[in-house]
Design a protein around this ligand. Structure first.
Ligand code: SF4
Length: 361
């Protein structure tokens, strides 16, 4: 199987913790140029897959929900012209709550291009924390957006949450998890706040205005989320991902099992499913210019050695609750034997990175 990732590198403003590549953009004109470049790249990359059926599409960012209905249709038409989409099972679009609530044509446009899964960046149900994160929505808007998505017919919705930042108490984290559970989404991703070098948060750290809360608090909040989500019927299938039975993210799961994927758009990465990764220029200007000149906007690439491939399989596999095939690791050590795989026990997933290090070559 194969997947297509499409990157929309625009945001209406920057979130405090975010280091993703995106540009602040509120007008339509830069979008229009970018959408045309995306359509060109899609066409130029039509032979990327070697017969693998495309099973998943993922529009991520940045903020794909900033796009107009016309833009979404233009992108979808370009994809449908270049690839056989008849076997796509999961088509995810990332959205921000304020767009869902305020942009009337968005949800009908998403439905009409075939999106069947929504990933919404909620992050918190505490308004004070949302303001500190520089998010543009409040908790009430997130709830309203969720209801609108349901009313529009989306039966597969994922919510993103963040824990492990200074100022978040266990009681507040419990409350955010409870409010997420009460909406009954099919999927919940809960990420620990990290300090990305490119983020505003990193500047705050450098100025002595922020310090992370430390491992003990983060580990406790992680355990709390495991307990509450499991008790509410959300099975954990990866370090940061929980879902109702059958609703794991097929697109992300394919990354972890090293299926091929094509990344379209500025800064997007592609993988041939075995030994080659490549990536596009991360500058929107350079990306658009290359395609206007009729060139692919390649930013770089790398050949993966056997050692790289082994390490990737260990790193990706051990972050999932399925684990890695037994043949890959000689001695289980701290790992749990599931019959045909070895995996990190659930109560050790919080420290998975340090465990994984010991298995790398
Ligand atoms: S978290 Fe999302 S919305 Fe916020 S700046 Fe990053 S990409 Fe944009």
């Amino acid at each position: 199987m194969a997947g297509i990732y499409l990157h929309i590198p625009f945001c209406a403003s920057f979130c405090t913790y975010c280091g993703f590549y995106s540009e602040v953009c509120t007008g339509r004109e830069p979008h229009a140029r970018y959408i045309e470049a995306l359509a060109r790249e899609t066409s130029l990359r039509r032979d990327f897959f070697k017969g693998e059926p495309i099973k998943t599409i993922y529009f991520g960012g940045g903020t794909p929900s900033m796009l107009m209905g016309d833009d979404l249709h233009r992108i979808h038409d370009a994809l449908a012209a270049a690839f056989d989409l008849s076997r796509v099972e999961e088509f995810t679009v990332e959205v921000n709550p304020e767009d869902v609530v305020s942009r009337g044509g968005l949800l009908p446009a998403l439905r009409s291009i075939g999106a069947n899964r929504i990933s919404m960046g909620v992050q918190s149900f505490c308004d004070r924390h949302l303001r500190w994160m520089n998010r543009r929505h409040d908790a009430a808007t997130a709830v309203e957006a969720f209801r609108k998505l349901r009313t529009a017919g989306f039966g597969n919705i994922s919510i993103d949450l963040i824990f492990g930042f200074a100022g978040l108490t266990d009681i507040e984290w419990r409350d955010t998890l409870q409010r997420a559970i009460s909406l009954a989404p099919e999927h919940i991703s809960a990420y620990q706040m990290s300090i990305d070098a490119e983020s505003a948060l990193a500047e705050m750290v450098a100025l002595g205005r922020y310090a992370d809360p430390g491992d003990e608090i983060c580990a406790r909040q992680y355990e709390l989320q495991q307990q509450m989500l499991e008790a509410a019927g959300y099975g954990q299938y990866e370090v940061s991902n929980f879902c109702r039975p059958g609703y794991h993210s097929r697109h992300n799961s394919a990354y972890w099992t090293r299926e091929p994927y094509l990344g379209l758009g500025a800064a997007a990465h592609s993988f041939n499913g075995s030994d080659r990764r490549s990536w596009n220029s991360s500058s929107v200007e350079q990306y658009c210019k290359a395609l206007e000149d009729g060139r692919l906007p390649l930013g770089g690439g790398e050949h993966l050695t056997e050692k790289d491939i082994y390490n990737e399989r260990i790193m990706l596999g051990l972050r999932t609750t399925r684990g890695v095939p037994k043949g890959l690791i000689a001695a289980p050590g701290i790992l749990q034997d599931t019959g045909d795989t070895y995996r990190i026990p659930r109560d050790k997933l919080f420290i998975c990175d340090s465990i994984i290090e010991d298995f790398l070559r």
